[in-house]
Ligand binder design. Structure first.
Ligand code: FES
Ligand code: FE2
Length: 335
């Protein structure tokens, strides 16, 4: 006898239904701070997705390491610790940490020696980057030119009460270019996915605003601004622009925090033999900052509806779908 179930068409089971929102924390690089704000022997504290973390720079090698902020012993906040050699020493019973616990006074043979580091750190462009987990897919993102060709200035971090992915999606919101930034699209956006963890859009605009930054941009651009924006890994937005003959570079990290998102930008311009990059970097940083400031007010407190789809802006829709399919960070098993 043939049972009816054997005649039923096969049911296609989606191993992972598409979530209606992006993950709370994606395994991606985040900018922690400018390198020169963390000197040898220095310790800073911040949070990643609500988890308190300490970063410290070793006195001997100058290497930066990151740890969960609370001592494994009795939970002291390690931001109060001292950097001894290349380790961070808890002030209470002097357990010492590298990127894991390395020494307990009076204990031979460390019981926690086998643990994997919880975070990976790297320095690039004069910024300290942090990645959750011990095995990033690659280094922190860069630009289409060699790092050594760029002169970089850090921007001022901004905290906003909204989910991390909203400012990312905003970078691909073509409609608000006109209403918020006073730029009109001059060419249709071209969307590509260079790899499964990257989303790229190229477009050009002209300036229609009349503020000081608009007039400056109109003057510099000859009325065409070409923009190439990439979301790298989810929480890094990498922008390259061509304003007249001037190339500008911007990278923004969107780090989820307990209360919202911390937005950390830095700006770059090509180095020149004459040293003119020193001035053009300031001008570029000022213009990019003026551009980004316009987003802050509308994004404060914003909450995208579940299953958000714009329907009239295929670029932000594609970006949001990209963000929703990103992997969630899984804390690694302790080895
Ligand atoms: S609480 Fe840190 S060593 Fe005891
Ligand atoms: Fe914007």
């Amino acid at each position: 006898m043939i049972t009816s179930s054997r005649l039923d068409p096969p049911v296609l089971v989606q191993p992972h239904a598409r979530p209606s929102r992006p993950p709370a924390l994606v395994p991606c690089w985040y900018i922690a701070c400018a390198s020169d704000t963390l000197r040898r022997g220095g310790v800073i504290r911040f949070d990643l997705g609500g988890e308190p973390i300490v970063l410290f720079r070793g006195r001997d090698t100058g290497v930066v390491r990151a740890l969960p902020a609370h001592c494994l012993h009795q939970g002291v906040d390690l931001a109060h610790g001292d950097v001894v050699g290349d380790c961070l020493r808890c002030p209470l019973h002097h357990w010492e940490y590298g990127d894991r616990c390395e020494r307990i006074p009076g204990v031979e043979g460390m019981p926690v020696r086998g643990r994997k580091p919880r975070f990976t750190t790297a320095e690039r462009f004069g910024m300290v980057f942090l990645h959750p987990g011990s095995d990033p897919a690659g280094p922190p993102p860069g630009f289409s030119v060699a790092d050594s060709e760029l002169y970089v200035v850090p921007g001022r971090p901004v905290e906003i009460d909204c989910p991390w992915y909203v400012p990312v999606a905003n970078a691909f919101d073509m409609t608000h270019l006109e209403t918020v930034h006073r730029r009109k699209l001059a060419s249709a956006p071209v969307i590509t996915n260079p790899d499964p963890l990257s989303f790229n859009v190229r477009y050009s605009t002209r300036v229609i605003g009349d503020g000081w930054s608009d007039r400056t941009m109109r003057f510099l651009s000859g009325d065409e601004i070409r923009v190439n924006v990439t979301c790298a890994g989810g929480t890094m937005v990498v922008v390259e622009s061509l304003v007249g003959r001037r190339r500008g570079f911007l990278m923004v990290s969107l780090r989820p925090t307990r209360t919202g998102v911390s937005i950390v930008p830095f700006f770059g311009v090509p180095r020149t033999a004459t040293g003119s990059h020193l001035l053009s970097a300031r001008v570029s940083a000022m213009l990019f900052s003026a551009f980004l400031r316009r987003d802050v007010k509308p994004l404060r407190g914003i909450r995208f509806p579940a299953n958000y789809v714009d329907g009239r802006d295929s670029t932000i829709d594609a970006c949001y779908r990209f963000l929703c399919q990103l992997p969630e960070h899984q804390q690694e098993e302790i080895a």
